[in-house]
Design a protein around this ligand. Structure first.
Ligand SMILES: [Zn+2]
Length: 99
C-alpha cells in the first residue's frame, strides 16, 4: 500500500505545467478523487498558469489514504478555475493532442 505523500512525490516527477513545462512542487498538487489505483489530481502552477486536472494511475493497486483527509472542492476553487479558463487563450485540443 502506498500513502498519498509517496504518490504525490512520484506524481510531481512526471507532471509538468502544459504552459511553461515547470514540474509541480508537492504543494502545487492535490488529490481530488481516488478509485482503486487511479487518482484524479489537481495541479496549480506557481507561476500563475491555469490549473490542470489529470488522472494518475499507480501500479501498486489500492491506495491506503484512510488516515489522510481529502478536502472537497470548495466554491472558491471553482471560481478560480472559471476565471483561469476565461483567461485561457490556448487551444485545448492542441494542448492535449498526443504527438
Ligand atoms: Zn506554468
Amino acid at each position: 500500500m502506498q500513502n498519498h505523500l509517496e504518490i504525490l512525490k512520484r506524481a510531481s516527477k512526471f507532471i509538468v505545467c502544459p504552459y511553461c513545462s515547470k514540474h509541480y512542487c508537492l504543494e502545487d498538487i492535490s488529490i481530488r478523487n481516488i478509485s482503486g489505483g487511479q487518482l484524479v489530481l489537481q495541479a496549480i502552477c506557481s507561476r500563475g498558469h491555469s490549473p490542470i486536472i489529470t488522472l494518475f494511475v499507480t501500479r501498486m493497486g489500492n491506495i491506503n489514504i484512510k488516515s489522510e483527509k481529502i478536502s472537497p472542492i470548495v466554491p472558491d476553487e471553482v471560481i478560480v478555475m472559471h476565471q483561469n479558463l476565461k483567461k485561457f487563450k490556448g487551444n485545448f485540443r492542441q494542448l492535449f493532442k498526443n504527438d
